[in-house]
Design a protein around this ligand. Structure first.
Ligand code: NAP
Length: 337
């Protein structure tokens, strides 16, 4: 491909705003054309997308981005042309791009240059990208973990949850995860090294399930799902426990969010419950990546992805994510390096 060449560009566009349950028909597959050149003076970069992440975040954006736009989302890309001094042609970058083969990124200051390419590049959509930093910040910065703490992680086999559990094990904590299928429960115990795991869909009474695994209470809860699980966790927190409120995926597809009933426990148990947004902690990325890369290379932290081929697979992969039908982090391979 030569600079300035006009190429066809496969895209996934938002067809209409999403309210309530996400459906494949909210998205539409299309083809346009793109000039492989950045306008001079624009400070933009033009990239070829290699991997796109299927994150719950993409669903959140669909409530307000303009219909007809290519869906924004995290990805890994190769720079084809640059008018931004920090990136040059041939660099690999990760950050928010768009669901298409070629993207013009007008604010490249939000992108990260990839320096270590001796691990799979797809990891920069997950364990070495936004979900990994989310796990690191939520666990280490917000929860002040100590050896021996009792830690509970919901949606524990997901992109964020699997990393939180492994970080907690590295700290010498006792870790239990919940997930929505027996296969995922096996993965948590046998691949990620959780001490215990349970299938929340098979539990009649979440409070009783948590009492079974945490007879002495939960010191740290890494919150990914909200709703009924949060209510049950509040009943089982220990005195001075920490809750990192990362996400509430059980609520995203509801027209009306559910209420939470057991918040009084925050007072009586002096619990610190804190929400966070990962982009506020981007300054910690270099520290996080050094920490995590070392453990990946030593084989002490592992990562499970579900890679599907072709940008056309994006909408169905996002639907499968919300249905809980993906094991590990769903990633779309758009092109080869
Ligand atoms: P994820 O946990 O892999 O999300 C998908 C999984 O959520 C599904 O496989 C399913 O797993 C579970 N799920 C779906 N519907 C559910 C329901 N109704 N109740 C309970 N579980 C349900 O996604 P992720 O990327 O790793 O993100 C984890 C959470 O962190 C999400 O809530 C996300 O929005 C949030 N997040 C926040 C930040 C931040 O800056 N605060 C950054 C990144 C992500 P099961 O089969 O186990 O049910």
């Amino acid at each position: 491909m030569a600079k300035g060449e006009e190429v066809s560009n496969k895209q996934v566009l938002l067809r209409e705003h999403v309210h309530g349950a996400l459906k494949e028909t909210h998205m539409v597959y299309s083809t346009s054309t793109t000039h492989l050149e950045v306008p001079q003076g624009s400070k933009a970069i033009l990239v070829k997308n290699i991997y796109l992440a299927c994150d719950p975040y993409a669903r959140s954006l669909m409530t307000y981005i303009q219909p007809g736009m290519a869906i924004p989302g995290y990805g890994v890309a190769k720079v084809l042309d640059s008018d931004y001094p920090d990136f040059k042609e041939g660099d690999f970058v990760w950050g928010v791009t768009t669901w298409e083969e070629y993207s013009l990124i007008k604010e490249p200051e939000s992108m990260f240059k990839i320096h270590n390419t001796d691990v799979p590049l797809s990891y920069y959509t997950g364990i070495l990208g936004m979900p990994g930093l989310t796990a690191y910040v939520g666990f280490f910065e917000l929860c002040s973990p100590k050896k021996g703490d009792y830690v509970f992680v919901s949606s524990a086999s997901g992109g964020v949850g699997q990393i939180v559990g492994q970080f907690a094990k590295l700290m010498g904590c006792y870790v239990v995860g919940s997930a929505g299928s027996d296969d995922k429960v096996e993965l948590l115990k046998n691949k990620f090294g959780f001490d215990e795991a349970f299938n929340y869909k098979k539990e009649q009474d979440l409070d009783a399930a948590l009492k079974r695994y945490f007879p002495n209470g939960i010191d740290i809860y890494f919150e990914n799902v909200g709703g009924k699980m949060l209510d049950a966790v509040l009943l089982n927190m220990s005195l001075h426990g920490h809750i990192a409120t990362c996400g509430m995926i059980s609520q995203y597809n509801l027209e009306q969010p559910e209420g939470v009933h057991n918040l009084m426990n925050l007072i009586t148990k002096r619990i610190r419950m804190e929400g966070f947004v990962v982009s506020d902690y981007y300054h910690l990325y270099p520290k996080f990546v050094d920490f995590t890369l070392q453990y990946i290379k030593e084989g002490k932290v592992v990562y499970v992805e579900d890679i599907t081929e072709g940008i056309e697979s994006g909408p169905s992969a996002l639907i499968r994510l919300f249905a809980g039908h993906v094991v590990g982090k769903p990633v779309i391979r758009v092109s080869h390096e």
